[in-house]
Design a protein. Structure first.
Length: 137
């Protein structure tokens, strides 16, 4: 059996290692958060592949995107006063950010270059024409 002081010192050392690792993880997370969204999404998709069955991951991500869109809608309804309780604008911002990040992760899981797809879609939108505005009253 170890002396109580040895046990305490060992526990402290483990705590120091954990604190150092958490600080390193935070630094890595901060660097990644400043990276372009496709890089962030690729990193998140890699982590998901480590933890989920690759056969079901695409479906899980598609459902996660729908869930995030619903959470954004709910946050907006609360902010706009269209729900039973109110909510702050920061919740709307945070939920919309979740939608964007989840869209990028879903694209990474599905093998879609979301930036290229969005540019192609924007070209279609801007070249298909616009309706004439209604006449002034």
């Amino acid at each position: 059996m170890y002396h109580p002081h040895v046990t305490i010192l060992a526990e402290r050392q483990m705590t120091v290692r954990r604190i150092v690792q958490q600080a390193a993880d935070r630094d890595a997370a901060a660097r990644l958060a400043r990276a372009p969204l496709p890089a962030v999404a690729a990193s998140l998709a890699d982590r998901l592949r480590e933890h989920f069955d690759p056969a079901t991951l695409p479906v899980q991500q598609v459902l996660a995107l729908a869930e995030e869109a619903g959470e954004f809608t709910a946050a907006y309804r609360r902010w706009a006063g269209l729900a039973r309780r109110s909510g702050p604008w920061r919740d709307v911002e945070a939920e919309l950010a979740d939608v964007v990040i989840t869209a990028y992760v879903t694209a990474a899981v599905l093998g879609i270059d979301l930036d290229a797809a969005a540019r192609a879609k924007a070209e279609v939108v801007f070249t298909r024409g616009w309706r004439e505005p209604p006449p002034a009253a």
